[in-house]
Design a protein around this ligand. Structure first.
Ligand code: ADP
Ligand code: MG
Ligand code: ZN
Length: 609
């Protein structure tokens, strides 16, 4: 296999800035607004919804990046309702599909689905109905393996297409296409066939998690042409982010935290293993909480029962693996706690995103220790980490995929070990978004710390990092470069040990080199670029490249880099490290906002714009 990097360049238009899509003078505007109110019961559109609908209804391929809970479903369900013909929706999980269909049927919209686990006779009946001239279905949901494996379905779709009845193709959770993302599904790789077979049908790709490289990958694999991209800020102003040290008393800490901040409120605790889920739930029950566990090896009926009990507030805490959550639509989740390290920043952002969908203040707490990283890395290497679904999640134990997983994990570690920068800034940088940390308003642990700072000139270190990127031929990722610079002797990095800069940064405190490197990226001196490897999946990853226009100034001394670093004599941190006091966060604001739910919701909508 050839892993030679190849830079790809896909052109697309940014739709979010184009005023034309927000027009209220499209032929369908009246019907759109009426149906939004009458059928879906919405008072108005949320940010970007109208624009996306107008672009897809104008016949363009559209790529949508919108945070979880932003309202992506409406952007295809409304057009499906208004347009003639059937909208095909590819969605990764049967449980997600069933949930969507239930909501559609409640709104009297005719929808159905096909999955491999259905009786053949049942499938045939649905296909027959689809082919009939009097077909009433507006939406047909399928799992990706149906597209990859069912020739019968493809033939029927061809038939629909030839009669002009295939009105739109929707790829939900489109990041699953990319191996570089956190939730790769092999079957999503085959979806390119849809655009090949049905070139005239507009495609709408939706996701809540995509870095630049994932986006390029999705556009490429799906074969989208002249695609319009709508993106929305990934900042969630009503979520507060905390990373706290994980000790042996972690469950006790969790219990205290919930009692102090969210008594009797609803939340999710993500655990690494199935056993952890069960243990944590049991301990919390002993502490008087109504908690249950949820994981992939439970009987599906038991799982559905637990989820149902939680939805109806019969239990308030679910201790779950990542198998729990995709498509979970409970608006009043007040806390998401990570009992162990998430697998990637995207995964983390999405898991946290399940909190506070109603716009009210909610907490995201991550308990971190380095040994969890070692444990998780081992599990990833062995391929025993629970995937979101085991049905089609396999097949990723590929060499390249493994590197991607490790890379994602290292980024997560560096996020946790960073005890200086705003958590929002760190997350948003990852999604290619700029963020002014002063807008955080002390809603993350790092911004809450009253640190004393010293300014340090780090120009020399910056030069060394840039030189290292050049010496290694601009072919390595951020975590890789950092490992070389800090002199790691692990398997991947050992090959660079004769490089003159291998270990040049070992005198630096943990995280310092990472901060300087991140600064170089935000300043545009180094660029995180997409690397396309021509392996069997054509997957991409990201590599650091130098921006020649800027490095000369750095080398000549014209550009000096001075960064703030915390001094050793830290001011006391906010309560949490002092075990005698239970962390209590912003209780007053929370109580105030609790008074008027609608106001909080509206505020949230406004902040998101
Ligand atoms: P996503 O797929 O982006 O995570 P969903 O499509 O599941 O989000 O929508 C999340 C919630 O927001 C749903 O409960 C949905 O009914 C609600 N919603 C979507 N659009 C609107 C709107 N325009 N007004 C009010 N509520 C909306
Ligand atoms: Mg969705
Ligand atoms: Zn912050």
């Amino acid at each position: 296999r050839d892993y030679t990097p190849r830079i790809i360049d896909i052109s697309y238009t940014e739709g979010s800035d184009d005023k034309k899509w927000s027009s209220t003078h499209f032929a369908w505007t009246k019907e759109l607004e009426a149906s939004n109110k009458r059928v879906f019961g919405n008072r108005s559109f949320r940010p970007n919804q109208r624009e996306i609908i107008n672009a897809t209804m104008s016949g363009h391929d559209v790529f949508v990046l919108m945070p979880t809970g932003g309202g992506k479903s409406l952007t295809y369900q409304l057009p499906a309702l208004i347009c003639n013909g059937v909208t095909l929706v590819v969605s990764p999980l049967v449980s997600l599909i069933q949930d969507q269909i239930m909501h559609l049927l409640q709104a009297s919209i005719s929808a159905t689905y096909l999955s491999a686990s259905m009786e053949w006779s049942e499938q045939q009946e649905i296909l027959r109905e689809l082919m009939s001239p009097t077909c009433t279905y507006k939406l047909l949901y399928v799992t990706p393996e149906k597209i990859a494996k069912s020739d019968v379905l493809l033939r029927q779709l061809e038939n629909l297409y030839s009669r002009g009845h295939l009105s739109r193709i929707v790829i939900d959770e489109a990041h699953c296409v990319s191996q570089w993302g956190h939730d790769f599904r092999l079957d999503y790789q085959h979806l390119g066939i849809l655009k090949q077979k049905f070139p005239q049908t507009p495609v709408l790709a939706l996701t809540a998690t995509a870095t630049a490289s994932v986006k390029e990958d999705v556009v490429q694999v799906l074969g989208l042409s002249n695609c319009i991209v709508f993106r929305q800020s990934f900042n969630r102003p009503n979520l507060r982010y905390f990373v706290w040290p994980k000790t042996k008393k972690c469950v006790e800490d969790i219990d205290n935290f919930i009692h102090a901040n969210h008594p009797k409120e609803c939340g999710i605790i993500y655990c690494l293993s199935r056993m952890d889920c069960e243990k944590v739930a049991e301990k919390l029950r002993e502490c008087g909480h109504k908690a249950s566990h949820y994981h992939g090896s439970m009987d599906p009926n038991d799982r559905a029962y637990v989820q149902n009990q939680w939805s109806k507030d019969k239990i308030n805490i679910i201790c779950a693996t990542v198998a729990f959550g995709m498509g979970i639509n409970k608006p009043d989740v007040r806390f998401v706690i990570h009992h162990s390290l998430p697998k990637s920043i995207e995964g983390y952002h999405q898991e946290c995103g399940r909190a506070g969908r109603d716009g009210q203040l909610s907490s995201c707490v991550l308990y971190y220790n380095y040994s969890d990283y070692i444990r998780l890395k081992h599990m990833v290497t062995q391929g025993v980490v629970e995937q979101v679904t085991s049905a089609s999640g396999g097949g990723s134990c590929h060499e390249q995929a493994l590197e991607t997983h490790k890379d994602n994990l290292l980024r997560m570690v560096s996020y946790c070990e960073n005890d200086v920068d705003c958590r929002r800034l760190l997350q948003l940088i990852h999604f290619g978004e700029m963020f002014d940390p002063s807008c955080c308003g002390k809603t993350c642990d790092n911004c809450l710390k009253e640190l004393r700072w010293v300014e340090k000139d780090v120009t020399n270190i910056a030069r060394q990092l840039v030189d290292l990127v050049m010496m290694t031929r601009q072919t390595y990722s951020t975590p890789h470069i950092l490992e070389v610079y800090r002199g790691s002797m692990n398997q991947n990095v050992k090959k660079h040990r004769h490089e003159s800069l291998h270990g040049a940064g070992k005198h630096l405190a943990k995280g310092e080199a990472a901060r300087i490197l991140r600064h170089l990226i935000t300043e545009g001196i180094l660029i995180e670029d997409v690397k396309k490897s021509e392996n069997m999946y054509g997957s991409t990853s990201s590599v650091l490249k130098a921006n020649h226009k800027k490095i000369d100034d750095l080398r000549s001394g014209k550009h000096i880099i001075v960064l703030k670093f915390p001094t050793a004599d830290k001011a006391p941190k906010m309560g949490i490290l002092d075990r005698s006091s239970v962390p209590r966060i912003n209780k007053t604001i929370q109580q105030q906002s609790g008074v008027d739910k609608n106001l909080a919701s509206e505020l949230y909508e406004a902040l998101r714009c």
